[in-house]
Design a protein around this ligand. Structure first.
Ligand code: ATP
Ligand code: MG
Length: 404
């Protein structure tokens, strides 16, 4: 079936009262951005088109008209990454050339889309143009009858049909019956910006995805510790950011050289407190970057009790250095649940590549699981001599990579 348009369904944003228009505009913007990914720009010029797709909003719906040939799987795949969309209905357009012609087209549609005819269906006509000679109910009855004549194996079920055959009578006529599920959530850009602490692990990319799903734009920071962490470890983080960016839009990824701070902590502080103190410095730097780039919160992939540095006591110690809210969307998730999410969003295969990150290299054999904040603060005092200078140096090492 050659579909000539898509009807986009959205749920949550429709209930936002006065803000509805703003949310719809944000969704249209994200849809256009997603569609651009499937258009080679030189082809547009060759074809004399200013755009490949036309996106319009009308009465609680968004329509995408496909003005030229396109790759269905690619376009549908890109739309499936747009937060705010709950369903994507591929549409076939028919010119209004009389009811007999419409019936033929509908029968052809059913034949192509449903090779197995042992299905129940219901025709659901909507007459947006009141000058059409048949009203909605008449269209339902008449089309239903003609479909049954042509495909006697099919059955009408008006209560719970397997196939809802939607026919909309507008300037042109729209036929659609299939819905590809969208990711839900809210369009990115409607809820401020957050700074994601992105490591090469399984958890933090999922955390970024989940916060972006609520409409939050994402910046990210990765703490790199060369030569202890390799270029491949850094590339892995860039690749993860790329996958998250499919959903969140472009990500400004800050790469901070963390080696000197880490070495200093390693030399001066008790081994069992290394991870906690290191995490406190990561949070401090992330917060500084967040404030510089107008982010309203930090985002991490922490989950209670997952490792020693994520017990309630440890989280209490790392949280203490932040003034911005810290969003931890995975806080109540089991590892297996996080893994399932990462498989769904496409980050898992990259996350499990073996390249070490700085946490794994400097980790103590027996880290404290119930750190005491006062003791941690006392240990940090041992750093006072050089830490300000190293901190400044780390901030200056900031390399910004724009990941799309
Ligand atoms: P992940 O799978 O996200 O790496 P993890 O289970 O390895 O998580 P930790 O190493 O304790 O957990 O890290 C907790 C959180 O701290 C991570 O989810 C991430 O948000 C942040 N984090 C850890 N290491 C780094 C790093 N090198 N750069 C940026 N953020 C980091
Ligand atoms: Mg990690």
């Amino acid at each position: 079936m050659k579909y000539t348009a898509f009807l986009i369904k959205y749920a949550e944003i429709a209930i936002k009262g006065k803000n509805r228009g703003l949310f719809e505009d944000a969704l249209v913007k994200q849809i256009k951005y997603a569609l651009k990914k499937s258009i080679p720009s030189q082809d547009l010029e060759e074809k004399g088109l200013s755009d490949w797709f036309e996106v319009t909003k009308a009465s609680g719906r968004i329509y995408i008209e496909c003005l030229a040939d396109y790759d269905f799987d690619e376009v549908a795949g890109n739309l499936r990454c747009v937060f705010g969309i709950t369903g994507i209905c591929p549409v076939k357009h028919v010119a209004d050339e009389g009811f007999d012609r419409l019936s033929e087209e509908v029968i052809r549609y059913v034949d192509e889309v449903y090779p197995d005819k042992h299905r129940t269906f219901k025709v659901n006509a909507r007459r947006a143009r009141k000058d059409y000679p048949l009203n909605s109910q008449e269209i339902n009855m008449e089309l239903g009858g003609r479909i049954l004549d042509r495909f006697p194996e099919m059955k009408v079920d008006v209560h719970e049909p397997e196939i809802w055959l939607n026919i909309e009578i507008r300037e042109r006529i729209y036929i659609y019956s299939e819905t590809i599920p969208g990711p839900g959530g809210m369009p990115v850009g409607t809820n401020g910006k957050g700074m994601l602490l992105l490591s090469g692990g399984i958890d933090s990319p999922v955390a970024g995805y989940m916060i972006a799903k609520r409409g939050v734009k994402i910046d990210a920071v990765y703490f790199h510790a060369p030569p202890y962490t390799s270029e491949r470890a850094k590339q892995k983080v860039i690749d993860l950011a790329k996958t998250v960016a499919k959903y969140s839009g472009p990500i400004y990824l800050h790469v901070i050289n963390f080696t000197d701070i880490q070495m200093e902590i390693y030399e001066k502080c008790p081994k069992d407190e290394l991870t906690i103190i290191m995490r406190r410095y990561m949070m401090r730097i992330a917060e500084d970057l967040a404030k510089q780039s107008e982010c309203l919160g930090l985002i991490t992939g922490e989950s209670i009790g997952q490792v020693a540095s994520q017990t309630m006591q440890s989280l209490n110690c790392t949280n203490e250095v932040c003034t911005l809210p810290v969003y931890r969307p995975l806080i109540g998730f089991d590892k297996q649940e996080i893994i399932e999410r990462s498989e769904q969003i496409g980050t898992y295969a990259t996350s499990i590549l073996p390249y070490e990150d700085c946490c794994t290299i400097f980790v103590a054999k027996h880290p404290v699981t119930k750190p005491n904040l006062n003791i941690i603060k006392r240990s940090e005092k041992r750093l006072s001599e050089r830490i300000d200078e190293l901190y400044q140096k780390a901030l200056e090492s900031d390399e910004v990579i724009i990941v799309r």
